[in-house]
Design a protein around this ligand. Structure first.
Ligand SMILES: *Cc1c(COP(=O)(O)O)cnc(C)c1O
Length: 458
């Protein structure tokens, strides 16, 4: 009889796991120490290989090769001077949670029974988040990879809800009726989601925005659009923070409309939801608890590593949610409502314990920690906003409402120079911002949502 011998390289790495992880830990510490000075962009390029070596080179040499080859293209995107898109960093506690997520390598689905029940940790994390955001506990929440997938999950249930109003089961039979969608300034990812869900990315009835440099829904126009639907059900996609100017829809007015009309109300609060963490800004989301579904990103303002976001869908819709996401060909899983399992409530089946970094960070810093991060970011945005407002060279395209600023070069004659200026600015590798178009003008966006600059203050 022959006994199978373990692969040599694997065996060596397992024997030396402590040294291997120590090396990575030290490298990580070195990286984090210089993160605030790390280049925010790079002109380096790398030739990518197309063949895989036969025998492997083992963990130590692979780490060396990674560092030599790819180290130079890693930029300080999680550091404080990277203001592009809406990019969060990672709190120390979230890094611990992320490491342990990898080490424990749970497949997070069930909350009881035999085998993996790590979803209990996810449920607790959802409870902590509902508390952080001051939301009632009549929402079912779960983790997905980002706000795009959260919008997908929420609008997937909305699609099923519309079908139910019309006596149809779209999840089973496909979409057989027109689905009405109303929105003013939806994030591009909601539009992508409408395409993925078969609702159609062009299938949005645009509501006018309020007068006076606003991106928020004009409630009077919304009423007109609702009346012209003659009582047909519809989906309303609203914003808790548009990306260009961080404008919020009027959730109190929309709550009142919801009492009178039959619609699914979704809020994309990917980052704007964090207004809830500060008593100074909480009024912006007043009334949002009446929504049917809410999207919030964790890898932005919660400052946990990518990929992390949550959806909140009202518990009263859980039948619609399981109709949409039930893993229906696996009868051994039983009735999804008797035996809670995440795989019946969201797109993925197998999934990592994404909640753990968030759990660590929430526990470690609490409500006060997040209030500080949020208020700090807003203060930074205001400082830059005031600088731009006073400067002759730049002008603000919209008032600074929260943590993003949207500006451009002064004077229409300089519109052609905006992109060149931004490329030069980003080429300094000292700061990174992103281009945008707002009100027909080319502009630049800077977003503050890091735990930044605490060092200089503490
Ligand atoms: C970032 C963002 C999204 C998309 O989020 P991902 O995490 O990139 O999928 C959606 N909506 C808003 C308002 C955002 O800011």
């Amino acid at each position: 009889m022959t006994t199978q011998k373990m692969n040599e390289k694997l065996y060596y790495d397992l024997l030396n796991i402590e040294k291997l992880l120590d090396k990575v830990k030290l490298q990580g510490i070195e990286y984090l120490k210089q993160l605030s000075d790390a280049p925010t962009s790079t002109k380096q390029t790398v030739e990518t290989e197309e063949t895989l070596n036969d025998v492997g080179i083992g963990g130590f040499d692979t780490l060396k090769e990674f560092n030599n080859k790819f180290g130079k293209i890693i930029v300080g995107s999680s550091g404080p001077r990277y203001l592009g898109f809406v990019t969060g960093g990672s709190t120390p506690a979230s890094i611990i949670g992320d490491w342990l997520t990898t080490i424990y390598d749970q497949n997070t689905q069930a909350i009881k029974g035999q085998g993996d029940i790590s979803a209990v940790i996810e449920i607790e994390t959802i409870n902590l988040l509902l508390d952080l955001f001051n939301l009632p506990n009549n929402f079912i929440g779960g983790f997905v990879t980002g706000a795009t997938m959260s919008n997908f999950t929420c609008l997937g249930v909305a699609r099923q809800w519309v079908g139910k109003q019309l006596g149809k089961d779209f999840a089973k039979d496909g979409i057989t009726e027109r689905i009405n969608v109303l929105s003013a300034v939806p994030h591009s990812s909601s539009i992508k989601t409408l395409s993925m869900l078969g609702i159609g990315s062009k299938n949005i009835e645009k509501i006018k925005t309020e007068q006076g440099n606003r991106e928020s829904i004009d409630v009077e126009d919304l009423k007109l659009k609702i009346n012209s639907l003659n009582g047909e059900p519809f989906i309303l996609i609203t914003s808790a923070g548009t990306v260009n100017t961080v404008d919020f829809d009027d959730f109190i007015a929309i709550s009142e409309l919801k009492e009178k009309h039959n619609f699914w109300w979704h809020i994309d609060g990917a980052f704007g939801a964090f207004a809830a963490c500060s008593p100074k800004y909480r009024h912006l989301i007043s009334g949002w608890e009446n929504a049917d579904s809410i999207t919030i990103d964790c890898h932005k303002w919660l400052n946990v590593p990518y990929e992390s976001a949550v959806f909140f869908v009202k518990e009263q819709h859980k039948v619609l949610q399981t109709e949409t996401f039930q893993n229906s060909n696996a009868p051994y899983l039983g009735n999804p409502l008797d035996n809670f399992n995440y795989l019946n409530f969201l797109p993925e089946n197998s999934r990592r314990l994404k909640a753990l970094p968030a759990w660590f960070s929430l526990k470690a810093y609490g409500k006060r920690g997040y209030q500080d991060i949020v208020e700090n970011s807003i203060e930074m945005a205001n400082i830059l906003g005031q600088f731009i407002d006073r400067s002759k060279v730049f002008e603000l395209l919209a008032p600074v409402r929260l943590n993003n600023i949207c500006f451009t070069l002064s004077g229409t004659e300089n519109q052609d120079k905006v992109l060149d200026f931004l490329i030069k600015l980003n080429d300094t590798e000292k700061v990174f911002m992103t281009p945008t178009v707002y009100n027909g003008k080319k502009g630049i966006r800077a977003s503050f949502c890091k735990l930044e600059n605490h060092k200089t203050r503490c």
